[in-house]
Design a protein around this ligand. Structure first.
Ligand code: FA5
Length: 334
């Protein structure tokens, strides 16, 4: 059996032939099994010797089979390597890497600055009722200040796309009252206005709201100054002008000075050297009351900024429409 086995194994030159050989000798109905079970017919005194001999044959054939199989596999691999040579020294193909949108990047920068000052991020809805977008913010239905925000109305009466992030103030107050508040509210806003290089119908705002005992205008000023320094560099000055919003009293607008050495200064600041970045003020007592707070016990400040306009300034981007056009030539620069 050993002689025929080895001879037939030698004749098998590929894996299929080897596997057929294995079935013939070691399969359930194979020759080796038959030879081993034949031990019952051997006279008792010869059985031990027969068994030993049979085992030797089995081991010899098994070992020969394993090495023949390994040799065939090795040969197959070498053949495939020479027909399809693989050059491991070639440089790899670069995988195109995605990146976050510039608007997302500037938002994250803003979150980081405010996080360091202890502000939490709070998200609220983009679809609001007229009450939250206007009335609770001290703008009753016929209030002329509503004209400041050209509004997208929905087919449901009294439901609008928020024109600013300020309605989030009311949500935060109603959830937090009577506790102090220190949050920023980032999100998308919508305005039914003419699209220009500086105005889109859809844009981000970041609202800020702080409420507590003894919160003053000085806190607002300090917070915004610290923010502007971190965002635009430690040399920057901020200028505070008085302004008007129905939901803050007093109200201010904040400009930052633009570096004198920047050749784009005049164009970016319309020749003034200053650039407006946000509106802000002390939360109006009526708004505090609408949020559930007692204006005799607590005060607060709020601000609303346009992160995309800030990014435009930092990088001298001269058209806000580039943000949503998804032109890769623009997006890849950030
Ligand atoms: C407001 O929306 C007030 N809610 C801000 C505020 C909050 C005041 C809290 C007081 C207290 P305003 O309409 O000025 O204000 O918008 C604020 C900022 O949003 C602007 O300075 C600008 O950066 C950005 N912004 C406004 N409209 C557009 C637009 N159409 N496209 C891009 N950015 C815009």
């Amino acid at each position: 059996l050993e002689t025929t086995g080895l001879a037939e194994l030698g004749a098998a030159t590929d894996e299929t032939a080897l596997r057929a050989w294995n079935t013939k000798f070691f399969g359930d109905k194979g020759l080796m099994k038959a030879a081993l079970s034949a031990i019952g017919k051997i006279p008792k005194d010869q059985r031990a010797a027969y068994g030993q001999e049979a085992n030797k044959v089995k081991v010899a054939l098994e070992t020969a089979y394993e090495s023949a199989l390994a040799a065939v596999k090795e040969a197959a691999m070498m053949a495939s390597l020479t027909t399809n040579p693989l050059d491991v020294t070639l440089p790899g193909r670069p995988r195109p890497r995605g990146r976050s949108h510039p608007a997302t990047q500037i938002l994250r920068e803003i979150y980081a600055v405010f996080a360091d000052m202890g502000f939490q991020v709070y998200r609220t809805r983009e679809v609001e009722t007229d009450e939250y977008n206007f009335e609770f913010l001290n703008m009753p239905p016929e209030h002329p200040a509503r004209d400041m925000w050209d509004t997208f109305h929905t087919t449901t009466k009294g439901v609008v796309l928020r024109t600013h992030t300020s309605p989030g103030q009311i949500h935060v107050m109603r959830e937090s009252c009577p506790n102090p508040v220190r949050v920023i509210l980032p999100g998308m806003c919508y305005r039914y206005e003419a699209i220009t290089t500086r105005s889109e119908i859809q844009f981000y705002q970041v609202e800020g709201l702080v409420i507590g005992e003894g919160v003053t205008m000085a806190d607002l000023k300090g917070t915004l100054t610290a923010f502007a320094r971190r965002m635009f560099g430690p040399e920057r000055q901020i200028r505070i002008r008085s302004s008007y919003f129905p939901f803050t009293e007093p109200s201010i607008e904040v400009d930052i000075d633009w570096p004198k050495e920047d050749p784009n200064r005049d164009r970016l600041t319309k020749g003034t050297g200053w650039l407006e970045i946000l509106g802000a003020g002390m939360v109006h007592p009526t708004v505090l009351r609408n949020g559930g707070y007692d204006p005799d016990k607590v005060t607060g400040f709020a601000f609303g900024m346009g992160p995309q306009r800030m990014l435009m300034l930092k990088h001298a981007i001269d058209d806000i429409r580039l943000f949503w056009q998804n032109d890769l030539r623009f997006l890849r620069q950030f």
